[in-house]
Design a protein around this ligand. Structure first.
Ligand SMILES: NC(=O)c1ccc[n+]([C@@H]2O[C@H](COP(=O)([O-])OP(=O)(O)OC[C@H]3O[C@@H](n4cnc5c(N)ncnc54)[C@H](OP(=O)(O)O)[C@@H]3O)[C@@H](O)[C@H]2O)c1
Length: 284
């Protein structure tokens, strides 16, 4: 039997409508994105984020820097945005060119404006079980699980991928909600042995078909984060045939992608609430 589709596009549209109302209530909200270089995928993501911000009534500022930008020049731009009172959220799009150390740039962002949740303060808050500014993709995944009332407490959750932006933070959020969490990566022995145990399987690798249908447990919930551009179009990391075994599964496109954008906007509103004194502290 085919699984129930976890319709991220529909839920994201509702969240974005809610954000629009909140922005109207709060007044001006500023979100700055910084793109260094010409990476085609990054250009698409930035365009989608700006379109969504515009539709929500958020003032989106689009900073574009050349591929040759030095780390010092980028840090200066970040400092200007930190000091700019009209900016509530700052997002530096990754990957950055090789001459720039990503971690140093993330450390430079004001943690209270860090809508991507990549500053070590925010990563630490999440590690301590006090989620504050959290990366948007993991937040979107948790929101989808909540929307479809998928039990997390006591569930066996397997996360494939350990990136700072998806794998690790989603594992922390699942742990925070009392799942029993396993994190897999490129050196995991017997990946299928792990994934077949998962009630909730989150796959964030960036390799089409890295999880085949046979690697999914009957009745599992499958969250496919992967976005792979192939000749057949945009595909995820999980073989779509897994929908015959899973109880719930996200489509690609239309699953996690739209949720990421919706939660980014929510993060900007969250940051703005704190900066206007509506929240004493931006813990969730
Ligand atoms: N839908 C969205 O909104 C959204 C948002 C973010 C990312 N994405 C997509 O999600 C995917 C992952 O993104 P990311 O930024 O997390 O990627 P990433 O930083 O490249 O991390 C990939 C992870 O996958 C692991 N991995 C690689 N090959 C593996 C294998 N054969 N078996 C098990 N694990 C393996 C890597 O392990 P090691 O750590 O050992 O190298 C790494 O931890 C990409 O397709 C990206 O485009 C989508």
């Amino acid at each position: 039997m085919a699984s129930t589709v976890l319709d991220g596009a529909a839920l994201a549209a509702r969240i974005r409508a809610g954000v629009r109302d909140e922005v109207a209530e709060l007044g001006e909200i500023g979100l700055a994105t910084v793109l260094v270089g010409e990476d085609p995928a990054s250009q698409i993501y930035i365009r989608l984020k700006h379109k969504a911000a515009d539709e929500a009534g958020i003032n989106a500022v689009d900073k574009r820097l050349s591929e040759e930008t030095t780390e010092e020049e980028l840090l200066e731009v970040v400092e200007e945005l930190n000091a700019d009172d009209s900016i509530d959220g700052i997002l530096v799009q990754t990957p950055l060119p090789a001459q720039i150390e990503e971690a140093r740039v993330m450390r430079a962002i004001d943690p209270m404006k860090d809508v991507d949740g990549l500053h070590p303060f925010n990563a630490g808050q999440l590690f301590f079980g006090q989620p504050t500014m959290v990366p948007a993709t993991p937040l979107g995944i948790m929101e989808l699980l909540r929307e479809y009332r998928i039990p997390v407490q006591g569930a066996r959750a397997v996360v494939v991928g350990r990136s700072l932006i998806v794998g690790r933070p989603v594992a922390m959020l699942l742990l925070h909600e009392n799942a029993t969490v396993t994190i897999c990566h490129s050196r995991t022995d017997d990946l299928a042995g792990q994934t077949l145990d998962a009630d909730i399987l989150v796959v964030a690798v960036g390799q089409a078909g890295v999880v085949s249908a046979e690697m999914v447990k009957e009745g599992a919930t499958v969250i496919d984060v992967g976005m792979n551009r192939t000749e057949a179009g945009l595909v995820g990391d999980v073989d779509p045939g897994a929908a015959d075994r899973a109880a719930f599964m996200t489509p690609v496109p239309g699953g996690v992608g739209p949720m990421t954008i919706a939660m980014l906007l929510r993060n900007a509103v969250h940051a703005a609430r704190y900066r206007r004194g509506v929240l004493a502290f931006p813990e969730r």
